[in-house]
Design a protein around this ligand. Structure first.
Ligand code: CO
Length: 134
C-alpha cells in the first residue's frame, strides 16, 4: 500500500529561526515561507534529494498545530506522510483492518493540492500518519 515518503513534518516555535538554522547549520536548501491560512499553518520546505521536510508554524488563532506546540514548546516531529496510489482503496482496507481515520473519513485537499487523510496516532505507535494520493 505505501509508496515513498512524501514528507516529514516538524512543528517549530519560530519558522524564521528554524529555516535559518536548517540553511546555515545543516547547509540545506530551504524554500521561502508560505502562509496557508486555510490549513492554519505557515510552512517552509527543506528540499532534499529523496524527500522533503516541512517546517510548520501555527498561523491564526485556531491552528490545528497550536495544541501540539503547547505540549511541545521546543517543537517536535508532527507527522510523516506516505504516498499511496489510491487513497480510497487505502482508507477502505485500513478501516476494514480496524484502523481509524481522523475527521469524517473523507480525503481533503492537502497543502500540496492532492487528496490526503490522517490516521490515528494511537493505531500507529504514537506517530500521526498522513496518506497522500500521488
Ligand atoms: Co503533511
Amino acid at each position: 500500500m505505501l509508496g515513498r515518503v512524501n514528507h516529514i513534518a516538524l512543528v517549530v516555535p519560530n519558522l524564521a529561526e528554524a529555516a535559518a538554522k536548517y540553511r546555515s547549520v545543516l547547509g540545506a536548501a530551504v524554500t521561502a515561507p508560505d502562509a496557508l491560512p486555510e490549513h492554519g499553518v505557515s510552512v517552509v520546505f527543506v528540499t532534499l534529494e529523496n524527500t522533503k521536510v516541512e517546517l510548520l508554524e501555527p498561523l491564526g488563532s485556531d491552528s490545528p498545530i497550536a495544541a501540539f506546540l503547547a505540549k511541545n514548546p521546543a517543537g517536535g516531529m508532527h507527522h510523516i506522510c506516505y504516498e499511496v496510489e489510491d487513497i480510497i482503496a487505502a482508507r477502505d482496507s485500513l478501516v476494514a483492518a480496524g484502523g481509524r481515520v481522523l475527521g469524517d473519513g473523507q480525503p481533503k485537499i492537502g497543502a500540496h493540492g492532492k487528496p490526503v487523510l490522517f490516521l490515528h496516532p494511537k493505531d500507529f505507535f504514537g506517530t500521526l500518519i498522513e496518506l497522500e494520493q500521488v
